[in-house]
Design a protein. Structure first.
Length: 327
C-alpha cells in the first residue's frame, strides 16, 4: 500500500519565503503543502481546519511569535511535528528539520539528551532548546528585534545639532542583506532637507541657507536578544549636499549654490512598540564643506563684505529622532 505524504502547514509573513518553501516541497514525494498562513491567528485557524502532520513557522510573526503559536498548540494537547525556523531559512534546512519533527514521539521516560549544536532550525518543544535558528531567542522567548535579511526599515524624522546650527526633516531606509557574525549587514539610503538656525542668525548680513542631503547608508544590526525590543546599529554614510544661500543687502538680493561630497559615521537604536512599529534615534558626525560664488538676483549691485559668507561648512554632529515601520 502506498504511504500517504505528510501534510505540511507553512506559516511565515514573508510571501517570498513562504512561496519558496512551498515550491521546494513540490518535488518531495514524502510531503505536500496543505495550507499557508501569514500570522499566528491565521495559522491557528488553518491548523484547526486542516489538522496537518507537520507545522513550520517563522519565529517572528506580525501578531506574535512562532514560539507562542507552538506553546498554544501544545497546550491544546497536539503532538504534531512542529518546526520553528529562522527568518529566511532555506529549503534544505526546512526539509532536514521535517525528518526530526516527524520522528518526534512521546516516550515514557526519555533519557537526557546533549544540548543540540547550533543549526538553522529548531524542533519546537525540545527540552533544552532556547534558540530558533540564527534568530536568537532569550530565556523569556522574546525574539531579537535586530534587522534580518529580507527585512526593510523605513523611518522619517527630525534633525538638529547640539547647538541648533540647523534643523530639518528627513527620511531613510535600511534593507537587511546578509548575516555576518553576531549581526546583519544592511544597506540603504537617506534624504534630508535642512535649514539654518544659529548659523544664519549669527551672520552679519541678512543671510539664509537651505540644504538637501542625499546619502547612501551601510549599517550593522547587532542581535541582542536579552535587550527586549531594541535594535542597535553602527552606521556609515556617503553622499553629497546641495547647498543654496541668499543674502539681502538693502533692496538687493544675491544668491549662490554649491554641491559638495558628504561622509559620516555614527550609531543608532530603535525601540519596537510592536513587531512592526518603532521609534528611534541616531547620532552621526558628518563632514561636508564648500564655497559660494554669489550673483545678483534682483535689485541694484551693492558692495558688501563677503568674507564671512563665501565659505559654508556642514561639518557637525547630526542628531535625529524618528518613527518608522518594518516590512
Amino acid at each position: 500500500m502506498t504511504q500517504q505524504p505528510s501534510r505540511v502547514l507553512l506559516i511565515d509573513d514573508h510571501d517570498l519565503i513562504r512561496q519558496g518553501l512551498a515550491r521546494a516541497f513540490e518535488g518531495q514525494d514524502d510531503f505536500e503543502v496543505c495550507g499557508q498562513a501569514a500570522s499566528v491567528a491565521e495559522g491557528l485557524r488553518l491548523f484547526a481546519s486542516l489538522d496537518p502532520d507537520v507545522l513550520i513557522t517563522d519565529v517572528r510573526l506580525p501578531d506574535g511569535t512562532g514560539l507562542e503559536l507552538v506553546k498554544e498548540l501544545r497546550g491544546q494537547g497536539h503532538d504534531t511535528g512542529m518546526v520553528v525556523l529562522e527568518s529566511g531559512a532555506d529549503a534544505a534546512a526546512a526539509t532536514s528539520a521535517l525528518a526530526l519533527a516527524l520522528a518526534r514521539a512521546p516516550a515514557p521516560a526519555p533519557a537526557p539528551a546533549p544540548a543540540p549544536a547550533p543549526s538553522s532550525t529548531q524542533v519546537a518543544g525540545a527540552p533544552a532548546a532556547t534558540t530558533a535558528g540564527d534568530r536568537d531567542v532569550a530565556d523569556d522567548t522574546s525574539p531579537s528585534y535586530a534587522l534580518e535579511p529580507w527585512d526593510v526599515d523605513v523611518r522619517a524624522g527630525l534633525h538638529t545639532t547640539p547647538i541648533l546650527e540647523y534643523g530639518g526633516v528627513g527620511a531613510s531606509v535600511d534593507a537587511g542583506m546578509r548575516k555576518l557574525g553576531p549581526g546583519t549587514l544592511a544597506i540603504g539610503g537617506g534624504m534630508d532637507y535642512l535649514f539654518c538656525g544659529t548659523t544664519c542668525t549669527s551672520a552679519p548680513l541678512s543671510f539664509s541657507q537651505k540644504q538637501l542631503s542625499f546619502d547612501a547608508r551601510a549599517s550593522y544590526h547587532l542581535r541582542v536578544p536579552k535587550i527586549a525590543r531594541i535594535d542597535i546599529y553602527p552606521l556609515i554614510t556617503a553622499g553629497f549636499i546641495v547647498s543654496r544661500s541668499s543674502i539681502t543687502v538693502g533692496n538687493s538680493e544675491y544668491r549662490a549654490s554649491d554641491v559638495a561630497p558628504s561622509i559620516g559615521f555614527g550609531a543608532g537604536a530603535s525601540y519596537f512598540f510592536t513587531d512592526r512599529i518603532f521609534a528611534g534615534a541616531e547620532a552621526r558626525f558628518r563632514y561636508s564643506a564648500g564655497s559660494y560664488s554669489y550673483e545678483l538676483a534682483s535689485g541694484a549691485p551693492k558692495a558688501f563684505d563677503r568674507s564671512n559668507v563665501t565659505a559654508w561648512n556642514a561639518s557637525t554632529v547630526d542628531l535625529a529622532l524618528a518613527v518608522g515601520t518594518r516590512f
